[in-house]
Write a protein that binds this ligand. Structure first.
Ligand SMILES: Cc1cc2nc3c(=O)[nH]c(=O)nc-3n(C[C@H](O)[C@H](O)[C@H](O)COP(=O)(O)OP(=O)(O)OC[C@H]3O[C@@H](n4cnc5c(N)ncnc54)[C@H](O)[C@@H]3O)c2cc1C
Length: 812
């Protein structure tokens, strides 16, 4: 091992494509004392044997932006550094060998357009023209993505390092990191056999070893490996270097040209998990045995698609390790456990696709304190510590690989790792027909079967459970519905300085009376929405903060990282202590009055207040808020009393035709009512003024709050984007999310949430409109369309919610 320096400004641990991209971007961003430590040799982990396709077509705007950045970077690196990368922009064809796949690709093509990708649907004749060796007999069409390409992963790493070295970055091979020095939750150094390097910042980019390396610092990086295979053939007549890559998802296959032959890879339906113990210790360039039996079904599919493969010789069989995450997206960002220690790993067989982009985005995050784009989809803080158990990872991860090529039907759920995080009401709800869906590990009722359960045939349009969803929605609007909202994250903030702290952190006025309730955004310095919370003052020095089910780690981290040393504050996650039973609808008051001695009238229990109440045998906190737009209360019931309270409600509810309702009904209710959802409609890159929730910002409160200056500046200017509600003209269109919005024929934004709106009798959406004039008058003069599945549909745009715009119903 070369001599190591005593200190560095930043240490990058692991020299695969991600680590190389990081040092390149850090050097370009002006960091000087940069050190990359690689245990073996650059690229010798997973990167060297990557198929290195750079498919820009991705399912979320974040992933698409990272991929697009990578493609552009790889295309320019050779020019910049003089080091060849092997980049070729041949484009990618995603084939549809079934009508369902064709329908799915039509949805994808529209979504891709909303991510600014250049894409189109083509027919079998054009496919045959582009790829004469393909059997197109059973093909219905394909999605053509000309900006996708392929690269040589090893040469690309070398080009990135050449660029970084020119700017002074130091790269040391054969230098394994063996531990971290941490004091008071802050990184102080990185330990190696050759000594400790003092540093305040380090990034773990150790690929599939990242969970183990992060574990040395007590940091959770939930990822797990699988075997991942492809074969390389000898040359095949007609295979030319300009052929697009092909993905035949129905056959679990992808293919690309490789030195005149084909690389044939797969995402098989029965992947093989790879516990770390099976990897040889201290070995680089690891490959596993050639498993021909495992590959055989895919090979048969490949020969069907490219008959010339039947007579081609096989040059080599690659079976390498690669890591995946619980939801198929990477893990990026500062660890919530250790200040200054970052993670960039879990690439889900797309490390070359994302590597360039992750290096760029994380560098900017580390350098400026804020990422350049909304990174929530990949934020390492979307997980809770329990998600990092080996049992959970080993069960779910093979399914993640297997689902890679499956049709992404709306509402698709994983089948593994189910039923492990249940609310106290789970059994009672299951007995009453709940069909569960999963979020943040929680099982949440999606809808309730009444009588015979409906067929679960997946669909982009109405499904078997559509009528049940409709009935639950109408029950909430017209009678009373009960929701299990337990998965909400609940944080208890206590201490002498809690009010002052919240006044500094929150944009709304937190100078609440005891039992006052307020909805508030938490902003970053640029005015972007880091979270939105419902805050209830439970006592002079005690506040209950309620946020989204997946946000407890992230929001706790944000809050704690803003604590000042002299402040008297204590933050505890009390999510598991309380069940939350939502009761909403015009008869919610009647129902609650039947089971509780409290007075639920407007005079005694006004909107946005809370009260400790007796309900059944329990004492609970009732909070009068509404996410459905209807009169309603959320009951925070100590977990052990939840079932008896629920039973009392269920028993009394028959009088008002009470329905149990699921998250699908809550979704359609809230979108009709125009309520924003963090992580969908709002996030760190949009401000409350743009999002139309300026009512939740109190510019007049005496305390300065984070983001105030930025919002004041924005208030003086014309907005350049706005979040609007849209209602479709036709009742036959079913949008989901991310569809492009057109204004007077020109694409101007995209849908952030959509649902069928059962009150409106047609689909309803929230979506962004960007442009020079987004004031009410000019919006009113424009005509709007939304593109769903490659067809545009007229919609009416509303600045206010299409249902109950004045919010009278919830004020009861
Ligand atoms: C068969 C196959 C096909 C693939 N095809 C594609 C594709 O077409 N497109 C695509 O985008 N992706 C593809 N991938 C995935 C892609 O190769 C990976 O996602 C990517 O290479 C991961 O890069 P990385 O930098 O995160 O990890 P790695 O390349 O594994 O680098 C991590 C490095 O960290 C080092 N390290 C580990 N522990 C320590 C330590 N304690 N101290 C210091 N260093 C340490 C390792 O030695 C290693 O070099 C494929 C993968 C496989 C297996």
């Amino acid at each position: 091992m070369a001599d190591l320096p005593n200190d560095a400004d930043i240490v990058v641990v692991g020299g695969g494509i991600v680590g190389c991209s990081l040092v390149y971007h850090l050097a370009k961003a002006g960091w000087r004392n940069i050190l990359l430590l690689e245990k073996h040799q650059i690229g010798s982990g997973t990167t060297w044997h990557s198929a290195a396709l750079v498919t820009v077509l991705r399912g979320s705007p974040t992933l698409a932006a990272l991929a697009r950045y990578s493609a552009r970077l790889y295309a320019s690196l050779e020019r910049e550094t003089g080091q060849a990368t092997g980049w070729r922009q041949n484009g990618h064809l995603t084939l549809a060998a079934s009508k369902q796949r064709l329908e799915s690709l039509r949805h994808s093509v529209s979504v891709a357009r909303s991510f600014d990708l250049d894409v189109e649907m083509i027919g079998p004749a054009e496919i045959a023209r582009q790829w004469p060796l393909l059997n197109t007999e059973d093909l219905h069409g394909a999605l053509w993505s000309p900006s996708s390409g392929q690269t040589n992963p090893t040469d690309t790493c070398q080009a990135l390092l050449k660029g970084a070295r020119t700017l002074g970055a130091r790269i040391v091979e054969k230098a394994a990191v063996e531990g971290f020095d941490i004091a008071n939750g802050e990184l102080k150094g990185v330990r190696t056999r050759g000594g400790t390097i003092r540093c305040g910042k380090a990034v773990i980019s150790c690929g599939l070893w990242s969970r183990q390396v992060a574990g040395m610092a007590g940091v959770a990086a939930p990822l797990y490996a699988c075997e991942h295979l492809y074969l390389l053939t000898d040359t095949i007549a007609g295979v030319t270097s300009n052929l697009p890559a092909v993905r035949d998802s129905d056959a679990y296959l992808y293919m690309r040209e490789d030195v005149g032959g084909l690389l044939v890879g797969c995402f098989e339906p029965n992947p093989k998990p790879l516990p770390l113990e099976r990897l040889p210790e201290n070995t680089s360039f690891v490959l596993f045995e050639e498993d021909w039996d495992h590959f055989e079904p895919m090979m048969q599919n490949a020969v069907h698609r490219v008959p010339a493969l039947g007579s081609a010789g096989v040059r080599s069989f690659i079976n390498g390790p690669e890591s995946f995450t619980l939801d198929g997206a990477p893990l990026v960002g500062e660890s919530p456990e250790v200040r200054g220690l970052y993670v960039a790993a879990g690439m889900n067989s797309s490390g070359v696709v994302y590597g360039g982009g992750v290096g760029w985005a994380l560098t900017e995050w580390i350098t400026t304190g804020r990422p350049p784009i909304d990174l929530w989809t990949v934020d390492v803080r979307r997980y809770a510590p329990a998600d990092n158990t080996l049992k959970a990872l080993s069960e779910r991860i093979p399914e993640v690989l297997a689902k890679h090529f499956e049709i992404p039907w709306p509402g698709m759920d994983y089948e593994t790792l189910r039923g492990v995080r249940r609310t106290p009401l789970h059994a009672a709800l299951a007995a009453r027909g709940a069909h569960f869906t999963q979020r943040a590990g929680w099982e949440r009722p999606a809808w309730f079967a009444v009588g015979e359960p409906p067929a679960l045939t997946p669909s982009y349009g109405p499904t078997g459970w559509f009528p049940l969803w409709q009935e639950e929605h109408h029950a909430a609007r017209n009678a009373v519905a009960v929701f299990d909202q337990t998965p909400f994250s609940k944080l208890l903030l206590q201490g002498r300085d809690s009010e002052a702290f919240l006044q500094r952190i929150c944009a709304n006025d937190l100078g609440l009376p005891v039992h006052g309730v307020v909805y508030t955004p938490i902003l970053n310095k640029a005015g972007g929405i880091e979270s939105d919370l419902t805050v209830t003052r439970l006592g002079a020095e005690t506040f209950l903060l309620v946020t989204g089910s997946q946000q407890s780690t992230r929001d706790s981290h944000w809050l704690r990282s803003h604590f000042e040393p002299q402040e008297n504050l204590c933050l505890a996650d009390v999510t598991s202590a309380y069940a939350v039973i939502g009761v909403c609808g015009p008869h919610s008051r009647d129902l609650l009055a039947r089971v509780s001695s409290a007075d639920f009238s407007n005079a005694s229990f006004p909107f946005q207040t809370a009260q400790p109440i007796e309900i059944g045998y329990a004492r609970a906190i009732a909070i009068r808020v509404s996410y459905s737009g209807e009169l309603g209360w959320e009951l925070y019931v100590p977990a052990e009393f939840a079932v008896s309270v629920f039973e009392a409600l269920a028993h009394a509810g028959a009088e008002w035709s009470m329905r149990l309702a699921g998250v699908n009904a809550m979704g359609s209710l809230r979108i009709e009512r125009g309520f924003r959802s963090w992580g969908h409609d709002i996030g760190p890159t949009v401000t409350p003024l743009e999002a139309g929730i300026g009512f939740a910002v109190d510019f007049e409160k005496p305390q300065a709050f984070i983001g105030r200056e930025a919002l004041l500046r924005q208030r003086e200017q014309n907005l350049s984007r706005r979040l609007l509600s849209f209602v479709f003209d036709s009742a036959e269109v079913f949008p989901h999310h991310h569809e492009p919005v057109y204004r007077d024929g020109v694409r101007c934004g995209s849908v952030s949430s959509a649902s069928f709106g059962h009150t409106l009798g047609r689909a309803v959406a929230l979506g962004w409109v960007t442009g020079a004039s987004v004031d009410a008058a000019s919006l009113a003069r424009s005509s709007f369309e939304i593109e769903v599945a490659d067809r545009r549909h007229p919609v009416a745009a509303h600045l206010k919610a299409p249902v109950d715009p004045a919010g009278l119903r919830m004020r009861g």
